[in-house]
Ligand binder design. Structure first.
Ligand SMILES: Nc1ncnc2c1ncn2[C@@H]1O[C@H](COP(=O)(O)OP(=O)(O)OP(=O)(O)O)[C@@H](O)[C@H]1O
Length: 354
């Protein structure tokens, strides 16, 4: 757990980066700091590993005031990932990842073995271990950065815009990977980004800061979308928040319709659409007369209402396809059913679908 209590930071030139920040990043959760450029996100992060010391106020790590700790020792217990990965250019990938275990006293052989396991864990082929950072793509370098931060077995990870320098597709992969790793490892992560979508995707809790270093709102992503406290947060959270909010509403009780499939051979309804399914009952596409159309987005069981609505709206047949964990057809989703479920959910729990 990381607790910031009335943390104030004025740099020597008089710039006030943080006013009086108080918030707690809970253990085992991802807490995201987000806000416009210059609002003090990096400063906040760096007060944890004492790269910056507050002018006043306290930062506690698991109850211990970090100002009482020797910075090198403190930093060995904290993983740190920055934009462009910050890898040592003249060390191989494997040695980059093995750096902290060696500092912690492990033998070189043990450290390299652990580094190899971590490379696999972050989705990298072991063959990249012998290369130098410059011989990797941006996305691969970021993965190495994450592996290196995990290598110290540190319970706390500080991540400062770790995925900002890569293209959106790679970035989405890295975000997925981080969420997967976190579900296995349960570290306490403080994550800085200027991208609200990234904050909403990754954060268990999101702190929105405004320039001048004050906390505008500290809330779970769904609450941020549903109830921004003021115009600044509403604007920062951005457009389509009603629709984006649907990603936090479960689609469990959505009523599904029977879809005409290629097994029935007769389309039900007047538009002639048939869902083509294989012998195992997995949808593979749509057919209308002799025309074949790609399946498009499907809604997987357990997904959100946003995924259900997206499946319904993007289907060429006007009805979405819901599948189970094995990709087998469960039924069809009509857009109206999504709206009906939203009405029902709002009536029974207005807070949940505000
Ligand atoms: N060493 C320093 N000396 C003086 N001012 C500084 C120093 N480091 C940061 N600042 C200032 O403190 C404020 C907060 O900076 P910080 O880097 O924490 O913001 P940020 O939210 O991380 O910004 P960005 O999103 O642009 O990285 C800014 O006005 C910045 O110019």
């Amino acid at each position: 757990m990381i607790e910031f209590s009335e943390v104030h930071k004025a740099y020597p030139d008089g710039t006030v980066a943080l006013q009086s920040l108080s918030l707690t990043a809970r253990e085992g959760e991802i807490t995201v700091l987000v806000g416009p450029s210059g609002c003090g996100k990096t400063t906040t992060l760096r007060t944890v590993n004492r790269m910056v010391d507050p002018s006043s106020g306290t930062v506690r790590l698991d109850g211990v005031d970090v100002s009482t700790q020797d910075p090198p020792t403190l930093r060995r217990g904290i993983g740190y990932v920055i934009q462009n990965a910050g890898l040592f250019p003249h060390r191989t990938v494997l040695d980059n990842v093995a750096t902290v275990p060696v500092l912690l006293g492990r033998s070189r052989a043990q450290a390299r073995r652990q580094a190899g396991e971590l490379l696999e864990r972050v989705g990298l082929d072991l063959r990249v271990g012998g290369r130098y950072p410059a011989q990797l793509s941006g996305g691969q370098q970021q993965r190495v950065g994450v592996a290196r931060a995990l290598a110290g077995d540190a319970p706390v990870l500080l991540m400062d815009e770790p995925f900002s320098a890569v293209d959106p597709v790679v970035r989405a992969d890295l975000q997925d990977e981080l969420l997967r790793l976190q579900s296995e490892l349960g570290r306490t992560i403080l994550f800085v980004t200027h991208d609200i979508d990234e904050a909403i995707r990754l954060g268990d809790m999101v702190a929105v800061l405004r320039v001048g270093g004050t906390l505008a709102q500290f809330a779970p992503p769904s609450e941020l979308l549903a109830a921004p406290v003021d115009d600044f947060v509403a604007e920062f959270v951005g457009r389509d928040r009603g629709y984006r909010r649907l990603q936090f509403v479960g689609a469990g009780s959505l009523s599904l319709k029977t879809l005409p499939t290629s097994k029935d051979s007769t389309p039900i309804g007047g538009d002639g659409w048939l869902l083509v399914v294989d012998d195992d009952g997995r949808p593979t596409g749509w057919r209308q007369g002799s025309e074949h159309v790609a399946l498009g987005t499907v809604h997987a069981e357990g997904g959100s209402l946003r995924s259900a609505l997206d499946a319904a709206l993007s289907s060429p047949a006007g009805r979405g396809v819901a599948v189970d964990d094995d990709g087998r057809l469960l039924g069809g989703i009509e857009p109206e059913a999504v709206i009906t479920l939203l009405h029902t959910a709002r009536a029974s729990s207005p807070e949940a679908v505000r």
